[in-house]
Design a protein around this ligand. Structure first.
Ligand SMILES: [Zn+2]
Length: 115
């Protein structure tokens, strides 16, 4: 894992989980928090979030996995030969990624046609 990769992957993670929570859990109480991204004791960024408890747990879990990824050149988790996620968390994460990926895709397509 490299510093740059950890930072960009964590930003993507936060963005996807935030979007998913905004759209899917709007009737669930949210809590504000900050995800502190650190790499080998060096503070890289503080990413604010405002999500429900379930999503916060998922985000912190996924961040922990990213941070401890043993691969020098981290493959995409989907293609990883020894995925470190536990099954239920993996399912949740796959859900979030698919949902938010589609949302972001749609926004892009809408922009293309909005001129
Ligand atoms: Zn949520």
């Amino acid at each position: 894992m490299t510093k740059e990769k950890l930072l960009s992957d964590t930003e993507t993670l936060r963005r996807f989980i935030q979007l998913h929570c905004d759209k899917k859990h709007h009737d669930v109480p949210k809590k504000r928090g900050t995800l502190e991204v650190t790499f080998k004791e060096e503070a890289l960024a503080e990413l604010p979030y405002n999500v429900c408890e379930e999503c916060e747990t998922l985000m912190l879990y996924a961040y922990g996995k990213l941070k401890n990824c043993p691969h020098e050149n981290k493959p995409s988790c989907r293609k990883c030969p020894n995925s470190c996620y536990e099954k239920p968390m993996w399912k949740k994460m796959a859900n979030v990624m698919m949902f938010s990926g589609m949302q972001l895709g749609l926004t892009k397509i809408r922009k293309l046609f909005s001129k």
